[in-house]
Structures are given as C-alpha cells and as structure tokens.
Write a protein that binds this ligand. Structure first.
Ligand code: DAH
Length: 345
C-alpha cells in the first residue's frame, strides 16, 4: 500500500516536470491542480498513516519536493507568460501614431528647368535621347559640318582627352543629333538634355561645364514654318500663353538657314527691365533647318528628308528665371542655396 502511494507521488512529480501549458488559461489550470486550495496532493497527505515509520521522513521530503517543484515551475511559467504579453504589446502597431517625418530634398534649379523643357516637348511626341559626354571629334564636329580647319571650331574651346587627338568632352548636345541620325531612319523627333564642356575661364557669367537641351525633327516635308510653330508652342508653354517669339538670322555650321530665337521678356512683359536690358526681348536658343550636308554625313537622304534642330542653354534660363547673378552658385551645391528651389516632382 505504501509503495503505491510513493509510486503515485512520483508519477505526479513527473507530470509537474513535463507539464507544458500553452497559454495563460492552461497555466492557471496548472496552478489550481498542483497549488490550489483543493490541489491534487491534499488527499494524498493522509496516506502518511499507511507509511512505515522509517519511511515517514522520506514521504515528507517527497511531498516537499513536489510542492517546491510545482511552485518553481509555476513561477517560471508566469514570468514567461508575462514577458510574452509584454512583447506582444510592444509589437502592436499603433496606426494612429504620427509617422516619422523624412526630410524631403528639392530639385536642383537646373533639373527643374530641364525637366520642364523635356515635358513640354514630350507632349508633342518628342522622345528623350541621351548619349555620351566623352565624344569623338567626328560626332561632335565633323558630322555637324565643322571639319578640322573650320573657323567655327574656335567658337567652342574644346577639352581634348589627354594623349588623344580625337576624343573630347562634348562641347554641345548637338553631338547627340549625329548619334541618333546615324542609327535611325526618319521620322525622328528627339529631345536631348545633357551636360556639356568648354574650356572657358570660370567667372560669374561663364563656366567650363553647363547644360543644354537639343531638339531634332527630321521627316519628309519638314519646313521652316513647322520649326517656327513648334518653337512658339514651346515658348508659350514655358513662359506663358502671351509670350511672343522673334527669330533673328544667325549662323551655325550645321543649320541653313540658321536663327536665334528671342522670347518677349517674361520678367517685365514689355515694360523694360534689367533682365532684358530694356529691349523687352530675351535670347533663349539657336535653331535652323538641318543642313542637307549634315543629313548626308549621317546617312540620311537629303533629297527625301528635311529637318529642323534647336539647342538651348539651361543655366542662362535658370539664372534669368530665378535672378541668380553668379553661375558658379549652380555648381557649388551649397544647401542654403539649393533649399530655395521647390518644385512639384
Ligand atoms: N550647338 C549650338 C551651341 O552649342 C546650339 C544650337 C544652335 C543647336 C542651332 C542647334 C541649332 O541644334 O540648330 O551653341
């Protein structure tokens, strides 16, 4: 009989040790079963009467071990449950909490102007063409009707690559024209934004690097009137619907005839100011009908196709629009300067 009681107690001890309640309710059941006021041990206590005297001490110790083990197990289960609850709490996401503010940058004024120009031409079917800044002599000059001994090369002081006679930093985005024409059959309608380089002494008005946007339209029957209408559309989108344009005869090796385009002053709107130097006109771009020789140089049949092209500087437009009086500010990346320009993305 006594042996049975010992067996039973041993069995309960094993149960306590292996119990693994999975949640708070099961932990509570464990407590009630082994430690509660009507716990499973109580009815067994009376069994001591049946235990031989020399075993009573052992019986008592076993009961104590059981109680202690149950108590310890319960405590550790409780702590674990509390920690788990705390963790779950911490992980809960409060959807009403304010977000972490992220500092927003702003576009560089050059990028603002360039993007506006590209967007305006994209709306009438021009696609963006980009190409290399390290260009060869042929694409930058020769194909554009400016052979080696041509005096017009002096107009654009060139950085040649060290130890190279034919690799250079492109002096204008017109080099993209020759790249595209060589690889595409008309119709061609491209707009080419990019960085260009000239060996200029850096001052408030000039820099050795700047940006241009080039445009090229080649198809059958493209006329000077098409060019004028396209550029008027551009000027009015860019500078307001009342903007007027004026074309003045000019010279570029790659266009014939060539012109320079002024827009009516977008600052004073005709009253005269120091931006337009009281002329009411502001020069914006160079343009012209693509010289047939340029088409031929790039493998396009000039009997069948004609085209117009234009090129404009970005820094100048940015400086006029934002009244920036020193071009160097545009390349210093001083955030106090850059923070002043905001634009919708
Ligand atoms: N490439 C010229 C420059 O850098 C600008 C230019 C003038 C581009 C007339 C053209 C054009 O495409 O037709 O000064």
């Amino acid at each position: 009989m006594a042996a049975e009681i010992f067996d039973r107690l041993q069995q309960i001890l094993d149960e306590i040790k292996t119990a693994s309640p999975r949640n708070a309710a099961e932990v509570e059941q464990f407590r009630i079963k082994y430690l509660g006021s009507k716990n499973i041990l109580k009815p067994l206590m009376g069994g001591i009467r049946e235990v031989a005297n020399e075993q009573k001490r052992e019986f008592g110790q076993l009961i104590n071990t059981l109680k202690k083990t149950a108590e310890e197990k319960f405590q550790s289960l409780k702590t674990a449950a509390e920690q788990a609850a705390e963790q779950a709490d911490a992980q809960q996401i409060d959807l009403t909490a304010p977000g972490h503010p992220r500092p927003l940058g702003s576009r560089h004024p050059i990028s603002i102007i360039m993007k506006q120009i590209v967007d305006i031409f994209a709306r009438i079917g021009f696609t963006v063409a980009e190409d290399r800044e390290i260009e060869d002599d042929w694409h930058n000059f020769t194909a554009m009707n400016t052979p080696e001994d041509h005096p017009a090369r002096d107009m654009q002081d060139t950085f040649y690559l060290k130890d190279s006679t034919h690799l250079l930093l492109r002096t204008h985005t017109s080099s993209v024209q020759s790249r595209v024409m060589k690889n595409t059959t008309p119709p061609i309608r491209i707009i080419a934004p990019g960085r260009v380089y000239r060996n200029e002494t850096i001052s408030a008005r000039a820099h050795c690097q700047f940006h241009q946007v080039e445009g090229l339209y080649v198809d059958e029957n493209v006329s000077f009137a098409d060019m004028k209408q396209t550029l008027l559309y551009f000027a009015q989108e860019m500078y307001g619907p009342d903007t007027k344009i004026r074309l003045r005869p000019s010279y570029f090796p790659f266009t014939e005839p060539s012109a320079e385009m002024d827009v009516s002053c977008f600052i004073c709107r005709g009253d005269g100011c120091n931006v337009c130097k009281y002329t009411t006109w502001v020069e914006i771009l160079g343009c012209g009908m693509v010289d047939p020789q340029v088409l031929e140089n790039c493998g396009i049949d000039s009997e069948r196709y004609s085209g117009f092209a234009f090129g404009m500087g970005i820094e100048r437009q940015a400086m006029l629009r934002y009244r920036i009086n020193d071009i160097r500010l545009l390349f210093e990346n001083d955030v106090r300067f850059l923070r002043q320009f905001t634009s919708a993305l």
